[in-house]
Ligand binder design. Structure first.
Ligand SMILES: [Cu+2]
Length: 321
């Protein structure tokens, strides 16, 4: 409609964007027309009916049924049109097609993770095939988040202890941003991921490869770990340069001795790191609050190993602070 879509709205890359866009353009156009009409009439009347002499009186007006009917019925009809149109499209957006591919989404402070129905595939970017409906079943592990993909025009709250559902069918291969649009704490603005839309055969290859992070085939375990450190938002609490954040720095952590809240001293080795990631509440490091979220179910064994390899690579001589 008038090419407004491309100017006001982000790229569209799903089969249902038209629902949102057409209605948006209609309402936008309506608002523009009424804005012009109202401003024009206001200015016109201000001149036409302004007081012409000091002795002029306002003529007595008791009402005008015809006028009142016109300004009630016309907007009333327009509202009913918007409602009916919106309701029809809302239903199409709410009800996922039966044959949709189901992927589970977990929101956590401050990262998204995606669990595939195929054994063990867990990712931080949502990888989907082009031209196939995808149904996302979403839940939060902590606070309220909201899953938003502008290019698909889908947005849905992600709530703890309850599953919410949203669906889409990507129509163009490429990468599209995922945002969290419900303020969820310090790292909210860094809660970023991408939808990677692959062609059907590329997607199948990706699944067959065990769902490596897209583009990570052939990368070393340390590199994958480094990638996960960023994508799983470890960096929002753990620095790698020795500075203490919400959690202890990773610099020189591997192989060092840590004091636990229980008073025990423990050697940071592969098993301790693994345990810290899966069950962070079990051995809390002295001097830190027990706020680390569990990554159980959001990282598979391969990914945990990659993180361990990455931590090992950041040096073993700890700069104490
Ligand atoms: Cu969030």
């Amino acid at each position: 409609m008038l090419g407004l879509g491309s100017f006001w709205l982000p790229v569209d890359a799903s089969s249902t964007t038209q629902y949102v866009d057409h209605l948006f353009n209609f309402i936008f156009l309506l608002c523009t027309l009424f804005f012009i009409l109202i401003v024009f009439v206001t200015v016109l009347f201000a001149f036409k009916y302004r007081r012409k002499s000091a002795s002029q009186r306002t003529s007595p007006i008791s009402g005008n049924h015809k006028l009142e009917l016109i300004w009630s019925v016309i907007p009333g009809v327009l509202l009913v049109i918007i409602f009916a149109w919106g309701f029809r499209d809302y239903m199409s957006l709410r009800v996922p097609p039966r044959d949709a591919l189901e992927i589970r989404v977990t929101g956590v402070k401050w990262a998204w993770s995606f669990t595939y129905p195929v054994d063990g595939i867990v990712t931080t970017d949502l990888v989907v095939p082009e031209g196939r409906p995808v149904k996302l079943i979403m839940v939060s592990q902590d606070v309220l988040h909201s899953f938003f993909v502008p290019a698909f025009r889908i947005k849905q709250d992600v709530v703890p202890h309850r599953y919410s559902v949203v669906w889409f069918e990507a129509t163009k291969t490429g990468n599209y941003n995922i945002f969290c649009t419900e303020y969820c704490g310090t790292g909210h603005s860094q809660m970023l991921s991408q939808v990677k839309v692959l062609s059907g055969s590329d997607y199948q290859d990706w699944i067959d490869r065990g769902g490596e992070e897209a583009g990570s085939a052939g990368r070393s375990s340390v590199d994958v770990g480094k990638h996960l450190y960023k994508k799983q938002a470890c960096y929002t609490c753990h620095s790698i340069d020795g500075t203490s954040g919400v959690g202890p720095t990773f610099q020189g952590l591997y192989g060092s001795k840590e004091k636990l809240e229980s008073g025990d001293e423990i050697l940071v080795d592969d098993n301790f790191i693994r345990k810290s990631i899966i069950d962070p509440g079990a051995d809390v490091t002295e001097g830190f609050p027990p706020v680390m979220p569990t990554y159980k179910g959001r990282l598979n064994d391969k990914q945990i190993t990659a993180l361990i390899d990455y931590l090992k690579s950041i040096g073993t001589d700890k700069v104490k602070n």
